[in-house]
Design a protein around this ligand. Structure first.
Ligand code: DGL
Length: 279
C-alpha cells in the first residue's frame, strides 16, 4: 500500500461503552485531520465486573472487526479494564499494528502530589489485574495510594442515571477518606476508568475544587501521535482538507440510542450510530 493511501486509513478506538468517548475527544483535539471509527461494546458491558476471559475475547473480536472491516492504521484501547486484560495479547496477535492502551495516571499523580496520598477510582477488573499490580509495585515509596473499586459507576454513567451517579460518587469518595492539602489527606484523585472523566464535575464538587483530578485521555492522544509519527512515518494524515470530512463513525453492540445521546451530550456532535453484531 502506498503512503498516500495509508494516511487516509482510520484509527480504531474501542471501549465497553461511552467512556472511551473521553479519549476520542482528546484524540480529535490532538489529531484533527484523522478519521476515527469508534466501537462501544455496550451489549457486553460492563467489563470491569466481568472476568478476564470475557474482556479478552471481546477485545480480540473488536480488534479483528476494526482491522478486517475498516483497515485501521492504529488501535486505541480506550478502556483501562480492557488494556489491563488484553493489551499484551492484542500486541502479540497484531505485531504490525500500532496499539495504544490506557492505564490509571498513578505516575503523574505521584509527581504532582504534595501530601503523597493519592486516591484511585477504577473498576474492580483494573484494580485486580496483574498489570495494575506491577504499576503499583513500580511506584513503591513514591506515595500512598488509596484504591477504590467503583462497582456500578460505569454502568450508571452509561445510562446517564444522574441519581445513581450522584449517590455512587458520594458513597465511594466518602469511603476513601479525607481529601485536602494537609498531611495524610489525598490531594490527587486518579480517574482510572474512562467513563469517570464524564463525572469529573460531580467528583470535584464532592472532594473539593482544589483536588487534582487526573484522567488519561490527553496522554493517550499524544502517545498515539508519537507512535504513528516515529514508527510509521507517512501514516499521519497531512491533508488540511480532511478536517471538514472526518466525522467519526460510531458503532454500538448494544443500545444505539445511549451512545448517540452520549455523543451529543459530551462531544457536541450529531452522529449516526450503527448497530454492530459481533459475537
Ligand atoms: N471504561 C472502562 C475502563 O476504562 C470500563 C467500564 C466498564 O466497567 O465496562 O475501565
Amino acid at each position: 500500500m502506498n503512503e498516500a493511501a495509508d494516511s487516509t486509513r482510520p484509527i480504531g478506538v474501542f471501549d465497553s461503552g461511552v467512556g472511551g468517548l473521553s479519549v476520542l475527544r482528546a484524540l480529535r483535539a490532538e489529531l484533527p485531520l484523522e478519521r476515527f471509527v469508534y466501537v462501544a461494546d455496550n451489549g457486553h458491558a460492563p467489563y470491569g465486573e466481568r472476568d478476564d476471559a470475557h474482556v479478552l475475547k471481546r477485545s480480540h473480536a473488536i480488534a479483528d472487526y476494526l482491522i478486517t472491516s475498516h483497515g485501521i492504521k492504529a488501535l486505541v484501547v480506550a478502556c483501562n479494564t480492557a488494556t489491563a486484560a488484553a493489551i499484551q495479547t492484542l500486541r502479540a496477535a497484531y505485531p504490525e499494528l500500532p496499539i495504544v492502551g490506557i492505564e490509571p495516571a498513578l505516575k503523574p499523580a505521584a509527581a504532582l502530589s504534595k501530601t503523597g496520598v493519592i486516591g484511585v477510582m477504577a473498576t474492580r477488573g483494573t484494580l485486580n489485574s496483574e498489570k495494575f499490580r506491577k504499576l503499583l509495585a513500580g511506584l513503591h515509596g513514591a506515595g500512598t495510594f488509596v484504591l477504590q473499586p467503583c462497582d456500578g459507576l460505569a454502568d450508571a454513567i452509561e445510562r446517564f442515571d444522574t441519581n445513581r451517579i450522584q449517590s455512587l460518587c458520594g458513597e465511594y469518595t466518602q469511603s476513601m477518606g479525607n481529601f485536602g492539602g494537609t498531611t495524610g489527606e489525598m490531594d490527587c484523585l486518579v480517574l482510572g476508568c474512562t467513563h469517570y472523566a464524564f463525572v469529573d464535575s460531580e467528583l470535584a464538587t464532592l472532594v473539593g475544587n482544589q483536588i487534582n483530578l487526573l484522567e488519561g485521555g490527553a496522554p493517550v492522544a499524544r502517545q498515539t501521535r508519537r507512535l504513528l509519527d516515529q514508527f510509521r512515518p507517512g501514516t499521519l494524515n497531512q491533508n488540511p482538507a480532511s478536517a471538514q470530512s472526518n466525522l467519526p463513525m460510531f458503532y454500538s453492540t448494544g443500545n444505539v440510542n445511549l451512545l448517540e445521546s452520549a455523543v451529543q451530550r459530551w462531544l457536541k456532535m450529531n452522529c449516526k450510530t450503527l448497530a454492530l453484531h459481533l459475537d
